[in-house]
Design a protein around this ligand. Structure first.
Ligand code: SF4
Length: 405
């Protein structure tokens, strides 16, 4: 692969409408997430879907694993509509999706998309019948389907067949390469089967999730080369904390740079009691720092060093970032374009003025031994110098003024 100094043009994919959101084609890369509540618990699920949507999730997936969950789906949709939360809901089905959709027509109707896993659509002998039933339901209700392969539940018959074929041919592929090929084929063959049944390509999104970065890059590169289906990117079991963020960003960043990917989910394992919306924030920040979309003004701040002995500038940067995030739902509608704003909070004179000039509004706080004065730059020009104990507060006010003007 060549060194990609600029993003490659977006891969052409067939656009798929999911409720009121377009995925693929020329549409911007869509951010999505998934709840971890019991879907049968309507109150908790409504709250979490609303939280995720307010954080910026443009699609939200919920588990539909049993009758109680399927029965709750229309109630959840209704409650969300009453709250004015119009985010499309995606039903995540495994094993008995065909039955749940057949037994709960209101659920089939309320969902904007069905996610099915070709590795576990029903029991082996009946797999094709049950896959067909789900696809026919999608056609009847005019819903798109994500064919979501996951290597943790890969179709073992397909894998065994490819392993045997590889061996019979003298093993030209490593076991890992065969596994990757099985993942790709599982997605492509299932999509082909869905189209044979009558589901239009405009109704199919593909994903093939694995948990290792190099596997993910290889699998999606192959999927994008061999199909024009819209692609959902995601590293499964990405992990906790920084590891999950780094692994997801590294793999998806590289694919997005190659023009691959129409919707992304960052699957983070939340810490106990942790905030589920974190995965939405990370997905937005990934797309924003790569220059593909703008969601929330990002505050640039230096890391600090021996020239900054106080924590004033870190606290100021954090406070401004939090405040911006909190106000965004209102600002977004009030001040169009505010999401692209760049703010800089720097710790000393070394890089402070330079970085601040590149931002829309920036401040260079005084480092150790410097005159206790903080020049503020607005639109690239030095606008004023703040002094005294209220520097942080005054700069926050200036940022708000700037946005409002
Ligand atoms: Fe250190 Fe100043 Fe650079 Fe910040 S801008 S990292 S305080 S030298």
């Amino acid at each position: 692969m060549s060194l990609l100094t600029t993003p490659l043009p977006r891969r052409h994919s067939v656009p798929v409408r999911v409720g009121n959101v377009l995925v693929g084609g020329d549409a911007p890369v869509v951010v999505q997430s998934m709840t971890n509540t019991d879907t049968a618990d309507v109150d908790s699920t409504v709250k979490q879907v609303a939280d995720l949507a307010r954080a910026g999730s443009e699609l939200v997936r919920i588990t539909v694993d049993r009758d109680e969950a399927a029965a709750a789906v229309p109630k959840i949709r209704e409650r969300l509509d009453r709250l004015g939360v119009d985010v499309p809901l995606i039903g995540d089905f495994h094993y008995i999706g065909h039955k749940l959709l057949a037994d709960h027509p209101a659920c089939a109707e309320a969902l904007a998309k069905y996610r099915i896993n070709p590795g576990n659509v029903g029991f082996k002998a009946k797999r094709d019948t049950q896959f067909t039933q789900i696809i026919e339901t999608a056609i009847r209700y005019d819903k798109p389907v994500r064919i979501g392969v996951n290597w943790g539940s890969l179709d073992q018959d397909l894998l065994t067949r490819l392993m045997d074929e590889n061996q019979a041919n003298g093993s030209p592929l490593t076991a890992q390469e065969v596994l990757r090929e099985a993942i790709v084929q599982s997605a492509l063959l299932s999509a082909e089967r869905a189209e044979d049944i009558g589901l239009a390509r405009e109704k199919i999104i593909l994903s093939a999730k694995v948990s290792q970065v190099q596997d993910l890059i290889a699998v999606y590169a192959e999927l994008s080369r061999r199909s024009n289906h819209a692609l959902h990117l995601g590293l499964t079991e990405a992990g906790m904390g920084t590891k999950g963020i780094v692994a997801s960003s590294a793999s998806m960043g590289l694919l997005l740079q190659q023009g691959i990917g129409d919707t992304i989910r960052i699957s983070l394992t939340p810490e106990p009691g942790g905030d589920r919306t974190r995965e939405v924030q990370v997905a937005q920040e990934l797309l924003q720092v790569m220059g593909f979309r703008s969601f929330v003004p990002i505050v640039a701040a230096c890391p600090g060093c021996g020239r900054t002995t106080s924590t004033v500038f870190q606290e100021l940067a954090q406070t401004i970032q939090n405040q911006i995030r909190d106000e965004m739902p209102i600002w977004r509608t009030k001040y169009p374009g505010v999401e692209a704003l760049q703010v800089a909070v720097m710790g000393c004179i070394v890089n402070g003025p330079g970085e601040s000039k590149h931002a829309d509004i920036g401040i260079s706080l005084p480092g150790t031994g410097e005159t206790p004065a903080a020049p503020v730059f607005i639109d690239g020009e030095k606008a004023m110098t703040l002094r005294g104990p209220r520097i942080a507060e005054e700069f926050r006010e200036l940022v708000i003024d700037y946005i409002e003007k």
